[in-house]
Design a protein around this ligand. Structure first.
Ligand code: ATP
Length: 346
């Protein structure tokens, strides 16, 4: 544990500009040694630029990068205990899988038998040892992705950077690889930093997530924290479906477009926005004792594992696992429980 803590990665007030574009603005983060940390945000929010500064492929205009207490801000990429798996995998097409993985060890003049041992250990760990003599074009997307991981891990970096490494995989394979990646990270106990714009991927893989927008970190915390208690509209909507309700403070609660609702704490501002996730709303035939909304079904959408039912007033979206089919015009009570209503900053 103490050893892992020594490998904490600290980004202190990092700023990076490209001409007029402030790609990263005053970002401060601490990634703990041995954790799976994800930079999540829409295209252009600065996550890749931040990753490249950790890798040493860009130098910040301001701020510091510290690894295990050492200032590595200006240290060349090759001198850092950091390896990157790129989106394109960047495998050498003319080399076998074995030689692709061995490349870093060979350039560091590691002895031949040691190279063999270490390369096979990683290939076996990732289940691709039978492919050792193939060339990259003879592999599937998922297999190439494993080779890229093996190649980065064979150098035993303190920090592994993953720049959208699953974006070339189809949806089903991506789901499997996400779980594998998380298991691998737990087994190795190394720090993994993943860049993605896919919120589901971030929630599956990470110990903690930093949600970025326009060069800034808007919120960071465990997947549960950012999903359950988003700080603002952007985070609430980026991390999944959210019902957003404007409110005005009233006696004992708030007035909203769907009626009067109680909160489990005082609203911080006289007016603002509340969020509630569609799967947190309960549907009942009886009027709930608090925060019941009499509602009419507008539309239902079947999603395989559940239904999304859109109700008036609102529309309020409710995600239900119920086999009960709702039809437009059906009436029901919705319960928007006080403890499920999140008051947003903006
Ligand atoms: P994506 O998911 O699309 O890769 P991102 O969140 O990783 O996006 P960055 O690639 O970090 O975003 O880019 C952040 C901003 O900086 C963008 O506006 C981008 O156009 C700009 N930018 C990035 N690299 C450069 C560069 N080398 N020269 C000029 N502008 C750049």
């Amino acid at each position: 544990m103490a050893e892992q803590q020594e490998k904490n990665l600290i980004l202190r007030s990092i700023t990076k500009r490209f001409g007029d574009v402030e790609a990263v603005q005053d970002v401060t983060l601490e990634v703990r040694g041995g954790e799976f940390f994800t930079l999540l945000g829409p295209s252009g929010c600065g996550k890749t630029t931040l990753l490249r500064m950790i890798a040493g492929l860009e130098i910040p205009d301001n701020g510091q990068v510290l690894l295990g207490g050492d200032d590595i801000t200006n240290l060349p990429a090759t001198k850092r205990q950091v390896n990157t798996v790129f989106q394109s995998y960047a495998l050498f097409p003319h080399l076998t899988i074995f030689e692709n993985v061995a490349f870093g060890l060979r350039s560091r003049k590691v002895a031949n038998d040691e190279v063999g041992k270490r390369v096979y250990r990683r290939l076996e760990m990732l289940g691709i040892q039978e492919m050792a003599q193939r060339k990259p074009h003879q592999l599937s997307g998922g297999q190439k992705q494993r080779v890229a991981l093996a190649r980065a891990l064979v150098n035993e970096p303190d920090v592994l950077l993953l720049d959208e490494p699953m974006s070339a995989l189809d949806a089903k394979l991506r789901g499997q690889v996400q779980v594998e990646l998380k298991r691998l990270q737990r087994k190795l106990g190394k720090t993994f930093i993943l860049v993605t714009h896919d919120q589901a991927e971030a929630l599956v893989c990470s110990d903690r997530v930093a949600v970025m927008r326009r060069g800034k970190v808007i919120q960071y915390g465990t997947p549960e924290e950012v999903y359950d208690i988003p700080v603002n509209r952007f985070v609430a909507e980026f991390l999944g479906a959210a019902n957003l309700l404007t409110y005005q403070v009233a006696e004992g609660g708030v007035q909203t477009p769907v009626g009067f609702l109680k909160l489990d704490r005082d609203a911080p501002k006289p007016e603002g926005t509340l969020a509630i996730r569609p799967e947190w709303i309960r549907i009942s035939e009886e009027e709930p004792p608090v925060n019941g909304v009499r509602a009419t079904v507008r539309e239902t959408i079947y999603r395989g594992t559940n239904f999304d039912v859109w109700f008036d007033p609102g529309p309020i979206r409710v995600r239900t696992s119920s086999y009960k089919h709702f039809h437009p015009g059906d009436q029901a009570w919705l319960k928007l429980a006080p403890e499920e209503l999140v008051v947003l900053d903006d």
